[in-house]
Design a protein around this ligand. Structure first.
Ligand SMILES: Cc1cc2nc3c(=O)[nH]c(=O)nc-3n(C[C@H](O)[C@H](O)[C@H](O)COP(=O)(O)OP(=O)(O)OC[C@H]3O[C@@H](n4cnc5c(N)ncnc54)[C@H](O)[C@@H]3O)c2cc1C
Ligand code: SF4
Length: 443
């Protein structure tokens, strides 16, 4: 998200901030570990429900402040959507496992296969605070006729099955994915890698309104995924029966017949995007072997939380502290914001850790400084450089398409040292503008 706000974008194109951060983290020597200071034990205990990025981040920072932290994770492994949702070709699991190990090393405890269904029982067990970070684990239904057919799934279920190697979803033939966000693109690209012969995404608006990241859409198109814009599903049903050699109908064919309709864009809706409206008489049919809805997510909560929900059914928490209406109970991440991003979940974990530490009487200061302030390291001059404004944004190196078909190898390759240096030299050093003296005015 910070890349979209980069000021260099007003000159030509933003700095590849995300990729430069990746460059740095790929070269993490872990030397910082020797400088990490863990505060002495405070005797306070925090239960964290959910081992996704929000929960793990809170656990890390609370532990460094000397509090005991126990993460309860429903699944056999921690990581949340970074493990069950985001495919391995975008986030290698050894990176995730390495970071979780760093947490275990400083004393964060993680109890897997441990779904929690009561906050009261955690307080009764002696925890002084509870941070809920359950995410949004359930895929939203499309609300169309026939979607209960076993050939119709939601994207979260499909990705979890593939990512955790559960083997519960059979992917073959023609897969039709409904939606225009990152989950839809991930489902489509994963399906292609897991045996689909053809993948079609149907999206009810145009490419311009698609919420998925531009580079992900580009890669999906390069991999051969077909995107049908201004198209919405209306109903789905099993498509006839399989016929044996003697011409008898023996069993359902397993195929689906999806009735779609073309859309056009009308007036903007609440989200500011133009509302799609059906074009009369434009119905048409698509046959598919699997239909996957990737149109949204919602949290899976337990009844005790009902009094803490807002009118839209999501948990309500103080925007500054993330504390809920119940004292000592905090909530954040996707379950509070709605499906968002890893960085927003990390921010929620930091916020909760800081607020819980303050509740325990600490200073809430969670940042670590491992190196001297950047100010002392960075040259302060902005010299004039020829054609600086025209320097083009670096290309992100990617694995060739023909090497991706049947594997989950990392698609985006890292920058070389030279490429990273060249790209970072396009930076406007916006922080220095505060130091530029006002031009003296003539008397
Ligand atoms: C397919 C997909 C692709 C995505 N791609 C990106 C991306 O490229 N970049 C990006 O920034 N973001 C991406 N996101 C979004 C990002 O992954 C989420 O916003 C983020 O993981 C939310 O973090 P969280 O900790 O709030 O929840 P989650 O990551 O969902 O973690 C919640 C955890 O809580 C556990 N849990 C739930 N209920 C209980 C319970 N009762 N007891 C114990 N444990 C429980 C769950 O099993 C889960 O492990 C993607 C999401 C998906 C689904
Ligand atoms: S300092 Fe560099 S990276 Fe940050 S907004 Fe300015 S140009 Fe972009």
């Amino acid at each position: 998200p910070c890349e979209q706000a980069c000021s260099r974008g007003e000159v030509n194109e933003p700095i590849c901030i995300r990729f430069l951060k990746r460059f740095v983290s790929d070269r993490d020597t872990k030397r910082w570990k020797s400088k990490l200071k863990i505060k002495p034990d405070t005797g306070k205990k925090v239960a964290i429900v959910g081992g996704g990025p929000a929960g793990l981040t809170a656990a890390w920072f609370l532990r460094t402040k000397g509090h005991k932290t126990m993460v309860f994770e429903a699944l056999p492994q921690a990581g949340g959507m970074m493990r069950t949702g985001i495919p391995e070709y975008r986030l290698p699991r050894e990176i995730l496992d390495g970071e979780i190990n760093d947490m275990l090393e400083i004393g964060v405890e993680i109890r897997t296969n441990s779904p929690i269904e009561s906050v009261k029982s955690l307080f009764a067990e002696g925890y002084d605070a509870v941070f809920l970070a359950l995410g949004a684990q359930s895929g939203t239904k499309m609300g169309i006729e026939g979607e209960e057919d076993p050939g119709v799934l939601d994207g979260i279920t499909l990705l979890k099955s593939v990512n955790l190697k559960e083997g519960t979803v059979k992917i073959a033939g023609h897969v039709v994915v409904v939606g225009g966000g990152n989950v839809a693109i991930d489902v489509a690209r994963v399906s292609l890698r897991k045996g689909a012969k053809k993948v079609t995404i149907i999206y009810r608006r145009t490419r311009k309104e698609m919420p998925a990241a531009g580079e992900e859409i580009e890669e999906a198109l390069k991999e051969g995924i077909d995107i049908q814009y201004l198209t919405a599903p209306r109903k789905v049903k099993p498509a006839g029966q399989r016929v044996n050699a003697s011409g008898q109908k023996v069993a359902p064919s397993g195929q689906l017949e999806i009735e779609c309709v073309k859309m056009e864009l009308g007036e903007p809706d609440k989200s500011g995007r133009r509302r799609p409206v059906e074009v009369k008489g434009s119905e048409f049919k698509i046959s598919a072997d699997l239909m996957v809805a990737a149109i949204g997510q919602k949290p899976v909560l337990f009844p005790e939380l009902d009094p803490l929900l807002n009118e839209t059914g999501w948990i309500a928490a103080d925007p500054v502290t993330l504390e809920c209406k119940k004292k000592g109970l905090f909530a954040g991440g996707d379950m509070e914001t709605g499906p968002a991003s890893v960085i927003k979940a990390l921010a929620a974990g930091r916020k909760a850790a800081s607020a819980i530490d303050r509740m325990f009487g600490g200073d809430g200061e969670i940042d670590h400084k491992f190196i001297p302030e950047e100010e002392t390291l960075m040259p302060r001059e902005i010299g004039r450089q020829e054609a600086f404004a025209y320097r083009e944004r670096a290309e992100i190196p990617v694995l060739p398409v023909e090497k991706r078909a049947d594997n989950f190898n990392l698609v985006e390759q890292g920058f070389t040292d030279a490429a990273a240096r060249k790209e970072s030299e396009r930076c406007l050093k916006c922080q220095l503008r505060l130091r530029i003296k006002k031009t003296p005015m003539p008397f």
